[in-house]
Write a protein that binds this ligand. Structure first.
Ligand code: TYM
Length: 336
């Protein structure tokens, strides 16, 4: 038997930040050698909000380079671009026609983004999770490693697969396999630096709210110096009255590779003036080697293009097989 499969992706809008790294990429890097791994750049999802056409392709290359810079190895993983595999959009259409509208209207991310955009909300923003279900189910992965905010989208993915199986499969022969979400506790929800009750996000208008993976050391230092804290001395985990304190301690724990017990003991009598330089140092130490590798990879555009060409071929072959299986189950004729 081959290795079990994992698949995950990141939307190619804006710069990747510490939330994307700790909630997703870092976990992929840790586990991907044990799986048949697929990671893609979600560039079809990127146009569900107004986008800059001069940046779309560049953003896709940047995210691919970041996967490699963070430590994804091509012996173990396929890296590809969502829009290079047309089966994603085609399966999404088929899923659109079996997904009840109210399932989509209930999605938290849709509600949040629709409120932010008020006018100009595209139909694509509403059907975004259907495309995500197609991204996943085309590859029939065993597990999908993501951050906490994607949980609802993965539940919907399972619901769509189950509905398709119910409507068009046989009881002992489901059409599609249901994937499991894989959400690791540490780093699953990195919060904003300016408000510990909101998640760190690419779409926050303030750049001070996040640490981008390409921020230079002096900017990281500046952002941590300016980040929101509280006036209480002694830093503790899990005090619901102190969301910023909990977030910053968690970041420090993960970035300095320490246990919760060790960090709790180290920081229990500290003030922010002593703590912030420690967090700054741990953040820079984590990001600097990634940044160096990233710039070396980005300097060789031909290399990234060849990685994506291989990825498209490998991903496309699997995706087309699953698409053909679903179309047959729905009753489509097979072209001669
Ligand atoms: P995206 O691009 O918003 O985020 C990519 C990954 O980063 C995680 N993440 C976070 N984790 C912890 N703390 C945070 N503050 C934080 N912000 C983001 C996300 O949970 C995610 O794992 N719809 C998806 C992209 C997508 C996808 C897919 C993912 C499209 N198709 C199929 C998995 C499988 C998205 O917008 O993620």
């Amino acid at each position: 038997m081959g290795k079990p499969r994992i698949l995950s992706g990141i939307q190619t809008t804006g710069d990747l930040h510490l939330g994307n790294y700790l909630g997703a990429i870092r976990n992929w890097v840790e586990i991907h050698r044990d799986y048949d791994s697929f990671f893609f750049m979600a560039d079809l999802h990127a146009i569900t909000v107004p986008h800059d056409r001069t940046q779309l392709a560049a953003n896709t290359y940047e995210v691919a380079a970041m996967y490699l810079a963070c430590g994804i190895e091509l012996e173990h993983a396929t890296i590809f671009v969502q829009s290079h595999v047309p089966a994603h959009a085609e399966l999404a259409w088929l899923f659109n026609c079996i997904t009840p509208l109210n399932w989509l209207e209930d999605m938290v991310q849709f509600k949040e983004k629709a409120i932010k955009q008020s006018e100009n909300v595209s139909a694509g923003l509403l059907t975004y999770p259907v495309l995500q279900a197609s991204d996943i189910l085309l590859y029939e992965p065993d597990k999908v490693p993501v951050g906490e905010d994607q949980k609802q989208h993965l539940e919907l993915t399972r619901d769509i697969a189950a509905r398709l199986n119910y409507l068009f499969g046989k009881e002992d022969q489901p059409v599609l396999k249901l994937p499991e979400p894989m959400i690791r506790a540490a780093g699953a929800r990195v919060m904003s630096l300016t408000d510990g009750t909101r998640k760190m996000s690419k779409s926050d208008p303030s750049d001070l709210s996040r640490i981008n993976l390409l921020d230079p050391p002096d900017l990281i230092q500046h952002k941590i110096k300016r980040c929101k804290t509280d006036p209480i001395r002694g830093l503790v985990f899990d005090d619901s009255e102190r969301p910023e304190c909990n977030n910053l301690l968690n970041l420090y724990m993960i970035l300095s590779n320490q246990t919760k017990v060790a960090v709790a003991a180290e920081c229990q009598d500290m003030g922010w003036g002593n703590f912030k330089p420690l967090l700054t140092e741990a953040t820079i130490a984590t990001l600097q080697p990634i940044q160096e590798k990233y710039h070396a990879i980005m300097a060789d555009e031909g290399y990234i293009q060849s990685v994506l060409k291989d990825g498209r071929e490998k991903a496309g072959a699997i995706a087309n097989q699953t698409l053909a299986k679903v179309k047959a189950a729905l009753g489509y004729s097979v072209p001669l």
